[in-house]
Ligand binder design. Structure first.
Ligand code: PHE
Length: 466
């Protein structure tokens, strides 16, 4: 491996960076909203199937090809599975850039909510007494604040702040990323654990947990629940976007990627469940209504719950601040990896410096982030029904989040399974691992994953008709 590409200073650095990439908006904002939308208990059976059948093996593939070749995703695929496979690598890099644009727009808004904690966003007792599953009759204060914020230019400034932080962290590659994740990743665990303890010690906090965990076998006959769970798993584990391969390429070749995949998936999914428990407990204690878009749960509803947490203003504000600070730092450790994937692919392919590659990635993506949030765009939409800015974001989110990741997963498993040969990758992984992947790994990569993904993609496309 050429040292010019940079290396992690330690195995811990890699684990922190990869789990920091995995843990992000997906775990806090999207997981709880998906789990709610798809009916709590109906969600987690598909979710666990998605973890063991797709998530974990594909992470082994993406980590594996990174260390095996020491290259970023498109070129790693090219080296192992030929020129045509490189194409899917670039497709995934393109998708990563789309996602980066709106991911950072959302982080800009979260930053705005964090700043709101210094004003009157979080005040004890201001909340509408909804019951879950009921349509709101009153506008909660956080919603009003959020829409007021959208109608200003502030989010554009916040987006630049977030972009600035990202580029600062990425400027030296693995070594500067490692410095940041050593602080951010432990911090977000501490805050999340604090939040869950607070949620569960409230009277009635456990009801939310029951809702989240009581199995609902009727819901799982719906194809969209499966697509929801599969896309959630891909996104949450940072798969299908070239990220994990880029990070893995900075590891020495003898890294135990089977073990690392298990560790990172475990950390990610535990965080996701802890976040789900924290959020659902608040939801049920304060009988809040999470109806609405993906963002409404974290941006409008939880702030209402926070306002009920204490009668002492500074404590309420502190909780509000910490919740959005948590979202911002968890988001940044993910967005840096979203940017690193495309940047490292360009450095490898075009043989350009990191600075140039970062510029090429940052300019169009930052324009995209601003477009998602420009007041004139959103204002116009607000006058009509629904927000145009949010809908640019929603459309990209729908197609990229729901389909692109799964398509990349499908093609990469076919390429690695059939062109390189699943057995070759399995041998390479086993060579440095204390675990021994059996022949079932080949069957998963060659048959099970492609068939499952194809079925879900086709049936979801079929459902788009309505
Ligand atoms: N996994 C991140 C999250 O859950 C998002 C992400 C996806 C980051 C893909 C990098 C690559 O928020």
């Amino acid at each position: 491996m050429s040292t010019k590409r940079g290396n992690w200073n330690s195995k811990l650095g890699f684990i922190l960076a990869a789990s920091g990439s995995a843990i992000g908006l997906g775990n806090i904002v999207f997981f709880s909203s998906n789990a709610y939308q798809y009916g709590g208990g109906a969600f987690y059976l598909p979710y666990f199937i998605a973890l063991f059948v797709l998530g974990l093996p594909i992470m082994m593939v993406e980590f594996g090809i990174g260390t095996l070749t020491g290259k970023s995703f498109p070129l790693a695929l090219r080296e192992l599975a030929g020129k045509r496979a490189e194409f899917v690598g670039w497709w995934s890099i393109g998708s990563a850039m789309f996602i980066t644009a709106y991911y950072i727009a959302i982080l800009g808004w979260a930053f705005g909510m964090m700043v709101g904690a210094f004003g009157s966003l979080f005040e004890p007792g201001i909340s509408a007494p909804f019951t879950p599953f009921e349509t709101p009759t009153d506008s909660p204060s956080a919603m009003v604040y959020f829409f007021n914020l959208l109608a200003t230019w502030w989010p554009v400034l916040f987006i630049f702040v977030i972009w600035g932080l990202n580029l600062l962290i990425l400027r030296k590659g693995a070594s500067s990323i490692e410095k940041a994740v050593r602080i951010f990743v432990p911090l977000m665990w501490v805050f999340m654990i604090g939040l869950v303890i607070r949620g569960l010690t409230l009277d009635g906090g456990f009801d939310g947990v029951m809702y989240l965990f009581t199995p609902d076998f009727e819901g799982i006959s719906d194809a969209s629940v499966w697509r929801g769970a599969f896309s959630q798993m891909f996104f949450s584990l940072s798969l299908g976007l070239g990220t994990m391969t880029a990070y893995a390429s900075y590891l020495p070749r003898d890294a135990d990627q089977v073990n690392n995949s298990m560790l990172v998936s475990f950390l990610n999914c535990s965080f996701e469940f802890i976040a789900g428990i924290a959020i659902f407990s608040l939801l049920f204690v304060f009988t809040l209504n999470p109806a609405g878009s993906t963002l409404s749960l974290s941006f409008f509803v939880i702030p209402q719950g926070i306002n009920e947490l204490s009668t002492i203003p500074w404590i309420t504000r502190l909780f509000g601040f910490l919740f959005f600070f948590l979202i911002v730092i968890a988001g940044i450790t993910s967005s840096i990896s979203l940017i690193e994937g495309p940047a490292s692919a360009m450095m490898d392919k075009l043989k350009i410096t990191r600075k140039k590659a970062l510029t090429i990635v940052a300019i169009p993506c930052a324009i995209g982030s601003v477009l998602c949030t420009l007041p004139i765009i959103i204002d116009k939409g607000l006058a009509g029904n629904g927000t145009l800015g949010l809908s640019i974001l929603d459309i990209t989110d729908h197609w990229v989040f729901s389909y692109s990741l799964l398509i990349v997963g499908l093609v990469e498993s076919l390429a690695i399974g059939w062109i390189l040969g699943a057995d070759k990758l399995r041998m390479a992984l086993n060579q440095h691992s204390k675990w021994n992947l059996g022949k079932w790994f080949n069957t998963l990569i060659k048959f099970v994953i492609p068939i499952v993904l194809l079925t879900v993609i086709l049936s979801s496309l079929w459902n788009e008709r309505t």
